[in-house]
Design a binder for this molecule. Structure first.
Ligand code: HAM
Length: 426
């Protein structure tokens, strides 16, 4: 045998049996988003590298270390998207969607790519469920997005969900905080990792996000952004909290929550669950009021979130076996002539919307019945040469073991009616 080719490290296959769970989660999310007026947007996986460098920020781990970037054949640098927000904003600006309606609400679901060190809950191709609202400044929408997340997780039986909330201020109050943080950092240089030393001058907020334990310890006494918020940001943040209280969504204020992307302003949040171990954020998001302008669009506020779909699948309290699709009818045909007859009406059954499985491989009745049982078929339709001669099909209800002979003429319609009625006789 020749050497087998394996998939790439950090990438994974979602096999049948698991894919049904993904489909269920996706349907639950889409139903919720559509109830709140979100429409689907589908975007390319490949974008110009500059889009991510400008929006996520040059000093972030994602842009510095994790992007799959390569020159295309003409030498232009392109990147497999590490996240979706930048592409959503690019599309919004490029198609002037703001001219159709100043408020746009999108959701998008699909793969993202980051070259991180793979481990449980962390992949190099992972999937996100994103929702974004562009054109709304009100803090009520911030609370609504968090409410949607919490609702979704509750519908999917995710346990131990915690909402972590912070405000990162705005261009009028953040500079003062940055200056205070830089002052604090200047005394710590020898305690910080090389990345933090390099970033502390230009982008000190990134140091707050560093995962290296010694940096975390060194930052214990760092100033808190919440002490520097201007009146507008403070009022905005208070409204988010009041609205969450009104919606009965518990939350924890976490002044260290700066998130790993540079575009955030004001409200930022993460949904964490203890069951995920180190990779405990199953969703994250926040406001990016300056991003649309930064990417060449009109001055427009915006906010959104992304759920880590892989992590959601791993934490959802759902039973995989509840979602595996079982055939309504398993057709067991014995002999060449009966197989031809059964083939025709089993195709007709599929057309009628009945889930049908037929194995035309000339197996014995015993092995066909075994397979029908393994697949969990509700009914088995049996036709051998004997039944064909008599113009009959035997239909067996696998739950009650009741078995009846039905006329072959019009058999597809008859079986379809029985399956739909859930009884043996129509
Ligand atoms: P993010 O925090 O980078 O935010 O990613 C959001 C979620 O994606 C994380 O909380 C995590 O569940 C999941 N995730 C991230 N990296 C990986 C990975 N390597 N493997 C598995 N799951 C992962 C964003 O991407 C922002 N675009 C969110 C946003 C939308 N902000 C505003 N709008």
């Amino acid at each position: 045998m020749r050497e087998m080719i394996q998939l790439i490290r950090g990438f994974k296959d979602i096999l049948p049996g698991e894919a049904e769970l993904w489909q269920h989660i996706e349907k639950t999310a889409v139903a919720l988003f559509e109830a709140y007026g979100f429409s689907e947007i589908r975007l390319p996986l490949l974008e110009k590298s500059e889009l991510f460098a400008r929006s996520i920020g040059e000093d972030t781990d994602i842009v510095e270390k994790e992007m799959y970037t390569f020159p295309d054949r003409k030498g232009d640098l392109v990147t497999l998207r590490p996240e979706a927000t930048a592409s959503i904003v690019r599309s919004y600006i490029q198609h002037k969607l703001y001219a159709q309606d100043p408020v746009q609400k999108f959701y998008t679901i699909g793969p993202m790519f980051r070259r991180e060190r793979p481990q449980k809950g962390r992949y190099r191709q992972f999937y996100q469920i994103n929702a974004e609202v562009l054109g709304v400044d009100s803090a009520l929408i911030d609370a609504q997005l968090i409410f949607m997340l919490v609702t979704l997780f509750s519908r999917l039986a995710v346990k131990d969900v915690e909402v972590h909330l912070n405000s990162l201020g705005c261009p009028s109050c953040r500079p003062e905080f940055k200056a205070a943080l830089s002052g604090f950092l200047s005394g710590l240089k020898e305690k910080l990792c090389a990345d933090c030393v390099r970033r502390s001058g230009r982008n000190p907020l990134r140091v707050l996000d560093c995962k290296v334990p010694s940096c975390r310890d060194a930052m214990a006494g760092a100033p808190s952004l919440l002490d520097f918020l201007c009146t507008d940001c403070s009022t905005h943040f208070q409204t988010v909290q009041d609205a969450l209280g009104g919606l009965h969504v518990p939350f924890t204020i976490n002044s260290r929550l700066v998130r790993g992307l540079d575009y955030y302003t004001r409200t930022t949040f993460e949904i964490q669950t203890r069951s995920q171990g180190a990779q405990n954020a199953i969703a994250g998001g926040g406001r990016y009021d300056g991003l649309i302008r930064l990417l060449g669009g009109p001055d427009t506020p915006a906010i959104g979130f992304a759920i880590g779909f892989d992590r959601l699948v791993e934490t959802a309290g759902l039973n995989r076996s509840d979602f595996i699709k079982k055939p309504d009818v398993f057709v067991a045909a014995l002999g060449e002539k009966s197989t031809r007859s059964a083939f025709d009406w089993s195709c007709a059954l599929g057309l009628a919307g009945i889930t049908v499985e037929m194995d035309p491989g000339g197996k014995s009745l015993k092995s066909l019945m075994k397979r029908a049982d393994r697949l969990g078929a509700a009914y088995v339709a049996i036709i051998g040469e004997n039944e064909l001669d008599k113009g009959e099909v035997l239909l067996r209800n696998m739950a009650t073991k009741e078995q009846n002979a039905l006329p072959l003429a019009g058999i597809a319609e008859r079986i379809a009616a029985i399956v739909r009625a859930g009884t043996m006789r129509p």
